[in-house]
Design a protein around this ligand. Structure first.
Ligand code: 13P
Length: 255
């Protein structure tokens, strides 16, 4: 049985003061939730204040990116040791916005995952197809390539430590959610890819999140699908009430 994991990707939003407020409200609203792992991923500049708020609570801290070198002449980057220093436990890698706007490739995703694991950070590895790719019937090819190349060279034990997030790009910030059946089909496909690269038993332990216009109203139906093990939430994670409702709606799901 895989424990559901809900992560909030705050993207480029919230000053430190706003982030601390949001974390404080969320911590209060989900303090009694034990059956679901809860993670929030603020901007780098707010990690420290948010950690002060969530420390020793059931809300865990994540970052939105990691560079593969630890230190040196790499202006503008943030590395594993620096994230660990702030109490970060998770890191989003290869988000479609990084791929679209910042030249992220499967090869760089692979290096970032390696860096995260080297520093005992749990990578949340994002994959997902564009609308054109889905319409051209290429969604599964794209996902297969992303999985194979991003996860190349990792042992079964290492892949077991990762979380995969399936985020169809056409569903991100559009209000257009993948139907539970559409999402389940891809999640099952991703699990099958992991199975082919490793083993059936091992693939059954990997958690695969869905992301793309997740809101309180569609959470339970998505999470009740057999291969959907949580959500990576953008817009709705910026309001404590909506994000807490998503988390609480997970607690009602029976698989
Ligand atoms: P939305 O929930 O705003 O669609 O964003 C999803 C996402 O990109 C999370 O990483």
């Amino acid at each position: 049985m895989r424990k559901l994991i809900i992560a909030g990707n705050w993207k480029l939003n919230k000053t430190s003061a706003e982030a601390a407020n949001l974390a404080t409200e969320l911590k209060r609203e989900v303090s009694d939730v034990m059956d679901v792992d809860v993670v929030i991923c603020p901007v780098f500049t707010a990690l420290s204040v948010v950690q002060d708020v969530v420390m020793e609570s059931n809300v865990k801290l994540g970052a939105q990116n990691i560079y593969w070198e630890d230190a040196g002449a790499f202006t503008g980057e943030v590395s594993g040791p620096l994230l660990k220093d702030l109490g970060v436990e998770y890191v989003i890698i290869g988000h479609s916005e990084r791929r679209q706007f910042f030249g992220e490739t499967n090869a760089t995703v692979n290096k970032r995952i390696r860096a995260a694991l080297n520093h005992n950070l749990t990578p949340i590895v994002c994959v997902g197809e564009l609308l054109e790719e889905r319409e051209a019937g290429k969604a599964f090819d794209v996902i297969q390539t992303q999985c194979t190349e991003s996860l190349a060279g990792f042992s079964s034990e290492e892949v077991q430590k990762m979380i995969i997030a399936y985020e169809p790009v056409w569903a991100i910030g559009t209000g257009k959610t993948a139907s539970p059946e559409q999402a389940q089909e891809v999640h099952k496909f991703i699990r099958d890819q992991i199975m082919k690269l490793h083993s059936e038993d091992m693939a059954q332990t990997v958690r695969i999140q869905y992301g793309g216009s997740v809101k309180p109203e569609n959470t339970a139906e998505l999470m009740s699908q057999p291969d959907i093990d949580g959500a990576l939430v953008g817009g709705a994670s910026l309001k404590s009430e909506a994000f807490a409702a998503i988390i609480k709606n997970c607690c009602t799901v029976n698989k």
